[in-house]
Write a new protein. Structure first.
Length: 22
């Protein structure tokens, strides 16, 4: 299930982690 909608989801999760790390 490699959909384009999964790409933004992953990026969103990464950003969430970066924001939490700061």
């Amino acid at each position: 299930t490699l959909n384009g909608e999964q790409q933004p989801d992953f990026l969103r999760r990464v950003f969430d982690r970066v924001f939490k790390l700061e």
